[in-house]
Design a protein around this ligand. Structure first.
Ligand code: NAD
Length: 428
């Protein structure tokens, strides 16, 4: 099969951006699998992308124009699935990269979805709740032609939450003339959300982190951890790690970082952050001078749970952790991966480590489509089983092929997507 353009034409340009990183990882997997340039081109290129204008009437009556994107990377294995991000840093290339990683993640944990991602370029912290609701509803109605429970199913990501999902579901439902519970996941429980979804990503991160500590023969009661990002993923990962006996000594958010070598009281820190809006200034810790110093703390486990590219060729040599478990999507660039591998630091890749969120999103969608709800225990047990099985398969592939966990996970996922694509054949 030959598709144009060839890898050199669309592939890995010089500029450092998440899409460059995602395509570099893909090119590596395609080479290991011996696939053609045509297969690379097909997998490197989103199947469908939509850029929309989102006019917003501000509370003062003035109209501001925001830009939104929705990218559907691959739909060979099923409807597309992926988060919606509200952030001033959203770019089309970032959304493309995140959509590609979603395809790999869904394939790796064997759920019947392709990957998608969406974003609106604005900082929700500078807008009122009413304004955020209007942005959400207008964006949803603009992307309605490519949205739907059997087409593309968004979920929360940076800057969005269960309320945003409720507004999306309502907007879609009102415009379709019927209530469509399966059109988004990560909804409030009152609206067909799944038990266990709110902490699912963090629970999966911690499940894999504890498996990795065992794998390295590190006793969790004697290990220390640093967590970058104190949002939906980072906060609950820190809470669950400390409940599991790991000493979490450092935490950061967008505005600062704190540390306490005796271990942070994470639940108290969460209350402080909730009340003040930031981790800095917490009475039970010292503030770091520079936020990113946390990345170079002497800890056993580092959990980046914020944004892409934070571990890169400029700084990876300074990382002292023995283990990096990626709560965020794309936090480690390919250059940093190589540096970390050379220093013996084990990196558990995003598409495995943070897959718990999309796994329970899938459970939520299944429950919504059947209108039949599962108990919290059932959700937890099924999540654990999926994460453990994916962990074991990636470890085994890495061991037998003598490659890193990133390369093993990407290879397995790319193979699953490519097999589905080939089985379907090229239309017409
Ligand atoms: P969030 O908006 O709830 O939280 C993001 C956190 O990161 C905030 O505390 C913010 O202050 C902090 N942050 C931003 N930039 C930072 C920086 N440079 N240094 C330190 N902290 C910084 O978002 P989230 O849902 O927790 O998502 C975090 C990451 O996890 C993203 O990469 C996202 O794609 C990924 N992820 C999220 C889910 C999910 O279910 N929410 C699932 C899988 C992966």
């Amino acid at each position: 099969m030959t598709l144009t353009p060839a890898p050199s034409a669309i592939g890995t340009g010089a500029a450092a951006n998440p899409l460059h990183d995602a395509r570099t990882q893909l090119a590596d997997a395609v080479a290991l699998l011996g696939y053609s340039d045509g297969m690379y081109s097909m997998l490197a290129t989103p199947r469908r992308e939509l850029t929309v204008s989102v006019p917003l009437r501000r509370d003062d009556g003035l109209v501001e124009l925001l830009i939104g994107h929705r990218v559907q990377h691959n739909m060979s294995r099923g409807p597309t699935k992926g988060g919606l991000r509200f952030s001033p840093d959203v770019t089309l290339d970032e959304v493309r990269a995140l959509a590609m990683w979603m395809s790999w993640k869904c394939a790796l944990v064997d759920i019947p979805y392709g990957g998608a991602k969406g974003g609106v370029r604005f900082d929700p912290r500078s807008y009122s709740r009413g304004e955020i609701q209007r942005v959400t509803r207008r964006y949803t109605s603009e992307i309605m032609p490519i949205l739907g429970p059997a087409t593309d199913i968004p979920a929360p990501d940076i800057g969005t939450d269960d309320q945003v999902m409720a507004w999306m579901m309502d907007t879609y439902s009102v415009n379709s003339g019927h209530t469509a519970l399966g059109v988004v996941t990560g909804k409030p429980l009152a609206l067909g959300g799944s038990k266990g979804r709110a902490i699912a990503t963090s629970a999966g991160v911690v499940h894999v982190a504890l498996a990795a500590l065992d794998h390295l023969d590190l006793k969790r009661e004697r290990t220390t951890a640093a967590v970058q990002g104190f949002g939906k993923v980072g906060r609950d990962a820190a809470v669950l790690l400390s409940r599991a006996g790991v000493r979490v000594v450092a935490v950061s958010d967008r505005d600062g970082a704190v540390h306490n070598s005796a271990g942070l009281d994470i639940e108290a820190l969460a209350r402080h952050a909730e009340a003040s809006g930031a981790v800095a200034g917490f009475a039970g810790a010292d503030d770091y001078e520079h936020r990113d110093d946390l990345l170079f703390e002497e800890v056993d486990l580092l959990v980046p749970a914020a944004v892409e590219g934070v571990l890169n060729k400029e700084n990876a040599h300074r990382v002292r952790a023995r283990l990096v478990v990626e709560g965020a999507n794309g936090p480690t660039t390919p250059e940093a991966d190589e540096l970390l591998e050379n220093t013996g630091c084990l990196v558990v890749p995003d598409i495995l480590a943070n897959a718990g969120g999309v796994v329970v999103s899938y459970f939520e969608w299944v429950q919504a489509n059947q209108a039949y709800w599962w108990s919290e225990r059932e959700v937890e047990a099924r999540l654990r089983e999926r994460m453990q099985s994916a962990w074991e398969q990636v470890v085994e592939t890495a061991r037998t092929r003598r490659i890193s966990m990133r390369r093993a996970a990407t290879l397995m996922a790319v193979e699953a997507v490519a097999s589905a694509h080939v089985a379907r054949g090229l239309y017409p």
